[in-house]
Ligand binder design. Structure first.
Ligand code: ZN
Length: 145
């Protein structure tokens, strides 16, 4: 059964990230500066190189890999919630290579921005808190519904 509850849009900020910045760290810095505890975000642009992860469901570990070449960001989609009392950005990224082939995964530190435009929607509501989820081994939202 799905577990969910209402959230309310509060405000939206829109901007661009620093050239050569780290994508997930830059997004996290915006959230920290704005005091965001709950939100959703999207972004697109280009990166100089990328580092993403694939969650191995059997091993219950993230396998990280790097793509050490310029790529287009087709889409970053993510959210902001709380883990251990601190806001955390969870984001996935779809990238494209020069021939248009797509690749992507769980966005990890080590993805270097070339240019990136983002939109962050700040939400209000009861906190969404991440905690260990036994069936998946992942830090998923607890206490919903
Ligand atoms: Zn993920």
């Amino acid at each position: 059964m799905p577990k969910y509850r209402d959230v309310t849009p509060q405000r939206i900020v829109m901007g661009r990230l620093a050239h050569d910045g780290d994508l997930i760290e830059e997004l996290s810095a915006v959230c920290k500066a704005e005091g965001v505890k709950l939100g959703r975000l999207e972004a697109f642009g280009a990166v100089r190189k990328a580092r993403v992860a694939f969650y191995d469901q059997e091993a219950r570990t993230y396998d990280f890999f790097e793509i050490d070449e310029p790529l287009e960001i087709l889409k970053v989609i993510g959210n902001v919630s709380l883990k251990d009392g601190e806001p955390i950005v969870h984001a996935h990224i779809t990238l494209s290579k020069p021939d248009g082939q797509a690749v992507g995964g769980h966005l990890a530190p080590g993805t270097q921005v070339f240019a990136c435009e983002f939109l962050l929607e700040i939400l209000e509501g009861q906190p969404f808190t991440r905690g260990y989820d036994e069936p998946t081994g992942l830090p998923l939202w607890e206490g919903l519904g």
